[in-house]
Each structure stands twice: as C-alpha cells, then as structure tokens.
Design a protein around this ligand. Sequence first.
Ligand code: TTP
Ligand code: MN
Ligand code: MN
Ligand code: MN
Length: 340
Amino acid sequence: QAGEPEVEVFSVPSYACQRRTSLENHNAPLTDALSLLAENAELNDEEGRGVAFRRAAALLKTLPSAVMSASQLRGLPCLGEHSLREILETGTSTEVESTKGSERFKALKVLTGIFGVGAKTADRWIREGIHDLHQLRASGQHYADINQPVTRAEADAIEAIVEKAVSSVLRGAQIVLTGGFRRGKPSGHDVDFLITHPEEGREEGLMPKVVSWLEKTTRNSYLESKDGPGRPPSNMDRFERCLSIFKLPGAAETPQRAWRAVRVDLVVSPISQFAFALLGWTGSKLFERELRRWAGHERGMSLSSHALYDNKQVNEGAASEEEIFAHLGLEFVPPSERNA
Ligand code: TTP
Ligand code: MN
Ligand code: MN
Ligand code: MN
C-alpha cells in the first residue's frame, strides 16, 4: 500500500434541505450512536438535545465517505455536542453505553413501540413498575404488539386495498404513497397515504366514507381508527387524518393469530394544497423540520403542509413540490434524497 491516505476535509451546507441524503450511509456506526442519544433525549422530553443529535446524525449521513478523524469535520455545523467528539475518537461514548444498558431506556422503547403509547404514558407505567409487555399484560391491559417493521410488499398490498376503497367511494379520487416508502425505504414503521380529488371540494367528507368502506367491504382485512374517522386531533393539522391498524391476513406474527397488524396513516387534502401536503408528509422528519427552519430563518417565510406564506403574509401557491422548492430558493431535492 502506497503512502499516507489522503484525508478529505468535508464541506457541507448547514441545512439538511440544502443537501441530498440518500439511503446509502457511509457512517452508520456514528449515526446509530447519535440516533440512540437522540431517541433517549426525545423519550425524556429533552427536545433541544434531541434535535441537536438528529442534526449531527443527518450531517454525517450526507457525507460521501466514512469519517476517519475528527479533523475532517472541522468547521462543520451541528457537531458541537461533546459526546460526538468522544464517539469519533473511541467509536462510542460513556453516554451511549450507559443509555444502552439503562433499564429505563429499554422500557421506554418497548412501551412506546405500542400503537398509541407516547412517552408520557410509558413514563407513568414505568413508575408503576411496568417495564415490558409481560408486565403490561399482567396488569390487565391489552395492546396490539405491532413493532415488527412493514415490508415494501406489504405496503404495496395495502396500497391496492386503499386504492380500491378510495375509488369506490369517490370516482376520480387519487391516492399517493408518502412517508418513508416514497423516499425508497425498503421497510417502515407504518404505511402513509395522501388522498385527494382533482376537483376542489370533492374531497370533503371522504375519510369517513373510506373508513366505512374498508370496514364493510374488505372481508379479510379491516381497520381500527384511533382518532375516529373524520375527527382529526386538533394538535395534528387541519387535514382529515386517520391513524389506523390494518389486519393483513396470512402473515401471522404468532401462531395464535391469523393476521398481522400494520399501522396505516391516511390523510386527505384538497387539491389546492396537495403539493404542500405531499412535501409535508414525505419526510424525513428532520428534512421537514429543516425545510421549515430554512423558510423561517433564511427567507422570512412560513411553510406548513397546507401553504407557504411570505413575510407579507401573501400565500405563495404551488402546483408541485418543484415549485415550492423554487419559492424557497432551494434546489429541488427528490424524495429519494430526503433521507436526512
Ligand atoms: P412517519 O410515518 O412517522 O415517518 P416515515 O414514514 O418517514 O418513517 P417510517 O418508515 O418509520 O414510517 O412520518 C411521515 C411524515 O409525516 C414525516 O415527515 C412527518 C409527517 N407528518 C406527521 O407525522 N404528522 C403531521 O402532523 C404532519 C403534518 C406531518
Ligand atoms: Mn456514496
Ligand atoms: Mn411512515
Ligand atoms: Mn406515518
């Protein structure tokens, strides 16, 4: 082998929405460690630290090769957190190791993996001595354990069912697969769909119809709505949204069950807001956060999954994602490169 390896000093724009981030990650050991710290911070309600770790991880995901030394990262944004330095130097950090070994972290992960269980509920259960699914069952509560990832094939099967439901209840209504699967991920924690109709207003009241069609017509698979059809939780957004559980036949998780539970996220949008909804529901979560941060801090604009307003509160309409990026002064980033 010839001589010293050339050490590349990386240079990367600050905002994740200015970068392309494919699924190919040359720094997985580092980003796994940072994602673990982010997850732990989020589960413990430390949002600021969570975001800092997520940003650092996203920055490393975008690099064209593996980081060999901290000197390659000099001057890069988001890398101030001192745990990261330790991870770069030793491959891990005391915080990563203690988090991995922590009973509380393990319990929080298992319990928040249950559909509809957030950090608050999990924290209460832990204080009541419930740390795992056995103890939860023993306490008399029954929840569907749906932690197993959804495959692309399962997503396609569900897409066919939703497509049929939507076109049956409203002619001309259309669905698009969003979320991680639109970004090209081979698996996910749920399957996300955006539903619209090319004529403004025709989409009104669509969700309850889709839900009851699914409940009545699909003999083998049905769904349970968490929020109730047509009643979106006020903290989400103004679209009709339905978080549900599909029961796919023939892929039993356990011999006792003939079906496998899969989370499905349904969102209805009027066509006038469709481009914003599509951009807002494709993710990744960090990419979305960075888009909104860019819009606010760099452009004095306000971006949501409904609209883009400039600093004079003028609504910037858009018929496509490309137009929204153009309004924001950003180069278009295709879905497969939004895996920040
Ligand atoms: P998720 O389904 O949580 O994530 P994902 O599809 O990227 O990953 P996974 O494969 O694990 O499912 O969210 C998809 C996108 O939807 C994400 O960018 C966040 C966005 N979103 C919400 O989750 N809630 C909202 O209220 C809005 C407006 C957007
Ligand atoms: Mn590469
Ligand atoms: Mn998803
Ligand atoms: Mn989702």
